[in-house]
Design a protein around this ligand. Structure first.
Ligand code: AMP
Length: 190
């Protein structure tokens, strides 16, 4: 299966991704996690990405695209993958299309988790207390929601037009959301 999971910050993408990835035996590739690991290790990529992440802005497409292209050529991603947090801009959609074309592969589905705006802020404030992520302060949380609305939400229409969209209600208990995702994906044939 070649899947994308989308949704605003706080929608529960990370939690659901690991469950989906385990079920299909595919790697969950989260660009935010890769960036954070690079920041922690102080690599040149991390140094480049950090200032954008701390401000709640997107890391430039050129940097992000190169990183994903490299990741998708690794062995474990040859038979399938779940992308979490990529693509996030229309330019990244084009770039991913190119990567898949080069590999002779196609996407099977794009899962979109929907969650009320108020619930998103509540969840992110809670995560800020638990994880101490440097981009989970209130101002940055709000800014990240705006950036998502402006730059990433339009991607939903693009994938809807391609007939790839699987919309799942992301409200409520984690296990309930997982069950919804599972049954929605049961209808998707790889
Ligand atoms: P996330 O963990 O998915 O919320 O991502 C955390 C941060 O990493 C984002 O706010 C961006 O600064 C950066 N990031 C992650 N994925 C992307 C992407 N596809 N394009 C640009 N920036 C990204």
């Amino acid at each position: 299966m070649r899947l994308i999971i989308m949704g605003p910050p706080g929608a529960g993408k990370g939690t659901q991704s690991s469950r989906i990835a385990e079920r299909y035996g595919i790697p969950a590739i989260a660009t935010g996690d890769i960036f954070r690991a690079n920041v922690k290790e102080g690599t040149p990529l991390g140094q480049e990405a950090q200032r954008y992440m701390d401000a709640g802005d997107y890391v430039p497409d050129s940097v992000t695209n190169a990183m994903v292209r490299d990741r998708l050529t690794q062995d474990d991603a040859q038979d399938g993958f779940l992308l979490d947090g990529y693509p996030r801009t229309l330019a990244q959609v084009d770039e991913l299309d190119g990567m898949l074309k080069d590999a002779g592969a196609e996407l099977d589905a794009v899962v979109v988790l929907t969650v009320d705006a108020e619930e998103l802020v509540t969840r992110l404030v809670k995560r800020a207390e638990q994880d101490a992520r440097s981009d989970d302060t209130e101002d940055v949380i709000r800014h990240r929601q705006d950036v998502y609305r402006e730059q990433t939400a339009p991607l939903i229409d693009v994938y809807a037009e391609r007939g790839l969209l699987v919309t799942v209600d992301g409200m409520g208990a984690v296990d309930d959301v997982s069950a919804r995702v599972r049954s929605a994906l049961d209808d998707v044939k790889p």
